[in-house]
Design a protein. Structure first.
Length: 322
């Protein structure tokens, strides 16, 4: 199969979106913007051996490549619309392509995102996805809007993807009843699209957690010129996490483990009631984990109200194999 046959067979589908004037096949895609909207654009590249194991199940990989990008749209509160896909493949392997497309298009269809173009090259396996979303003008959830006194919140539970990775690397043994859960959390992240949209009029700032809460929340503190105080006993940990590594190691993974793709956001106290209603409405669990205070940008950790230090020992336990 040559490049054009592959594109025609695997990547030319009709999404049914009326705002796609021209999809794959011409020099550019042509897309119709609605009046009074902003275009939200984000790109992520996944490289074999760096961001995923080269022999990873292609269905999971197709899902993941789109999911991590949609997560960025979720973090802005944007409505997903279009996506382009640049694939670098070492060889044409149709079984792999079928699997990849299955995972990719299942998620694309779920969120009504149209694949509108891309690129195909030969080389070491690498996947670059660019997503486009739309936002009502002046409504994006940025990192710089937090105010002193705002509560800090996260969706879901934290650290499970990192736990799943540790399991795959053979560094922890997860009890059989939790194996499927942690593997899914690592391989099959769910972008928090609905939660992001629901937070559009409520949150003062937001981002998605891709590198670990500590670092990612640090971006909000830097952009908002404030300090974050986290109460560790409020960090949402899964039962799998607690059963596998216990509370303190669980905190470490929740703080420093990557790939959760949950949302972290700040909400003014006066919007607390609205927040409950909005997220209950889309069925997303969320937890208040701390608050924003005046001070040097950075994240302060408290356990039972006292300063808590991440010990090098527990930190190293999970980082030594990287
Ligand atoms: P060009 O010659 O301008 O580089 P290409 O030959 O790369 O164009 O691509 C031809 C058409 O196929 C373009 O419309 C492009 O967007 C589309 N396309 C290429 N690769 C993909 C892909 N992986 N998925 C969807 N569309 C693709
Ligand atoms: Mg090209």
């Amino acid at each position: 199969m040559n490049e054009f046959e592959i594109i025609k067979q695997y990547f030319t589908t009709d999404s049914g979106r009326k705002d796609v004037i021209m999809g794959p096949g011409d020099d550019c895609a042509l897309l119709q913007m609605q009046p009074n909207t902003l275009l939200a654009v984000s790109t992520d590249t996944l490289v074999a051996g760096v961001h995923f194991f080269a022999d990873m199940d292609p269905v999971a990989l197709g899902h993941r490549a789109l999911a991590v990008n949609l997560s960025d749209l979720a973090a802005m509160g944007a409505d997903p619309c279009w996506v382009s896909l640049a694939l670098t493949l070492p060889e044409v392997n149709e079984a792999w392509l079928r699997g990849f497309c299955e995972g990719f298009f299942e998620l694309a269809e779920y969120y009504n995102v149209a694949l509108v173009g891309g690129d195909m090259t030969r080389g070491p396996l690498s996947i670059t996805v660019t997503v486009h979303g739309s936002l009502p003008r002046d409504r994006g959830l940025r990192r710089n809007g937090a105010k002193a006194g705002d509560g800090i919140y996260v969706t879901g539970t934290l650290g499970d993807a990192a736990l799943g990775l540790q399991q795959q690397l053979g560094k922890v043994t997860v009890d059989e009843q939790h194996c499927e859960f942690v593997r899914t959390k690592f391989e099959h992240p769910h972008p928090r699209i609905l939660a992001g949209q629901a937070l559009r009029n409520i949150a003062s700032s937001a981002l998605d957690l891709s590198d670990g809460l500590l670092g990612d929340l640090g971006h909000i503190t830097a952009a908002s010129s404030l300090r974050a105080q986290l109460e560790l006993e409020h960090l949402p940990l899964s039962q799998a996490m607690i059963d596998t590594v216990g509370l303190e190691q669980g905190w470490q993974l929740a703080l420093t483990g990557g790939d959760d793709y949950e949302l972290c956001f700040t909400v003014p106290e006066m919007h607390r009631g609205q927040l409950e209603t909005a997220l209950a409405h889309c069925g997303v669990k969320f937890t208040r984990i701390g608050r924003m205070v005046a001070g040097e940008p950075g994240v302060e950790l408290l356990a039972e109200g006292k300063p808590y230090k991440l010990t090098a020992r527990s930190w190293d336990h999970f980082r030594s194999g990287e």
